[in-house]
Design a binder for this molecule. Structure first.
Ligand SMILES: NC(=O)c1ccc[n+]([C@@H]2O[C@H](COP(=O)([O-])OP(=O)(O)OC[C@H]3O[C@@H](n4cnc5c(N)ncnc54)[C@H](OP(=O)(O)O)[C@@H]3O)[C@@H](O)[C@H]2O)c1
Length: 288
């Protein structure tokens, strides 16, 4: 598995398998097991996805069946907004480890830049120092939010997981992260298929030129921009397809052409929108 070394020297597989919206326990467990069978070594979940128990069961089943060892896997989870406060942050980390049934996580992210992010980060630093978390980072942080947290903390985030797809390229944030030694990781690289992504003519033309699929072109485009990437699929053949991205290279002209697809807008929502912050603050999330 291809990997990249984070600022603290921990190696992170460049391609991850995401399990967002896999709520049904059996589906999530089977999907994680299948993803490991298909060759994935990085699994990306979150407390708010409501599937940590099922994801942990899939991981432990794969280990028990001899598909992989724990040391070969890279498991990521995330702290939800409601837990990002002094009273709940440390307990939230322990609860995630309990639900997953794992002794440590390879990466733990602060899911959103809201609530008491400094209290959350202090708890994450403490768990990192205890060895419960091999690396710590953030998600959906803007340049100024990342600069603020880094400036007033002992440890800088090792990762910022952000929305990156051909329609929301986030180039300034990606550049800032790279310059700061904070590894950017792309979430929703396919924009969940929105905006007719899998029919986009330019991407189709580039894909045809390489005898590849649009999905493969997008993943390759992320990797060539020095991003790591987490993608989701519930289908085994697509899990395999989405890993076959190391036998071709996009040309500079192709990369430049893809940059014209950027709309500068999120395909989901604006993280700076106060209405979204209100929604996240009041949303009831069942951890499972
Ligand atoms: N930090 C955050 O705030 C945040 C937010 C969103 C997501 N994430 C993470 O990022 C991961 C990926 O994002 P996402 O799940 O939202 O969306 P995504 O990976 O952009 O898109 C998933 C969609 O693409 C389809 N797909 C996958 N591979 C394909 C292929 N080769 N050909 C055609 N269609 C394909 C899937 O369908 P099938 O399943 O039917 O194959 C699914 O409908 C998540 O699972 C989660 O781990 C993080």
């Amino acid at each position: 598995m291809h990997s990249k070394t984070l600022a603290n020297q921990v190696a992170m597989p460049v391609l991850g398998f995401g399990v967002y919206q896999m709520k049904e326990a059996q589906t999530a467990q089977q999907a994680v097991y299948a993803a490991i069978q298909a060759g994935y070594r990085q699994i990306d979940t979150a407390a708010s996805y409501g599937n940590e128990r099922a994801v942990g069961a899939g991981i432990r089943q794969a280990i028990a069946d001899g598909l992989v060892t724990r040391a070969e896997l890279f498991v990521t989870s995330k702290m939800w907004v409601a837990d990002a406060c002094p009273e709940r942050a440390a307990a939230a980390i322990n609860a995630t480890l309990d639900r997953l049934g794992l002794e440590y996580l390879d990466l733990y992210l602060l899911h959103q830049p809201y609530n008491d992010v400094f209290a959350a980060w202090r708890a994450m630093e403490a768990a990192y120092e205890k060895g419960q978390l091999r690396a710590i980072g953030v998600s959906n942080f803007s340049i100024s939010q990342l600069a603020n947290l880094s400036a007033f903390s002992k440890r800088k985030p090792m990762v910022n997981q952000i929305e990156v797809n051909p329609f929301q390229q986030n180039q300034a944030l990606v550049n800032y992260c790279l310059a700061q030694g904070v590894q950017p990781v792309a979430w929703a690289p396919f924009a969940e298929g929105k905006h007719d992504l899998f029919q986009q003519p330019l991407l189709a033309e580039i894909a045809a030129a390489h005898h590849k699929s649009i999905a493969q072109v997008i993943l390759r485009w992320c990797l060539q921009r020095d991003l790591l990437v987490v993608a989701k699929s519930s289908r085994y053949e697509r899990m395999q397809e989405n890993q076959a991205v190391f036998d071709f290279t996009l040309t500079l002209a192709e990369l430049t052409a893809i940059s014209t697809l950027d709309t500068g807008q999120s395909m989901f929502f604006d993280h700076a929108d106060p209405a979204m912050i209100d929604w996240m603050a009041t949303r009831s999330v069942a951890y499972e």
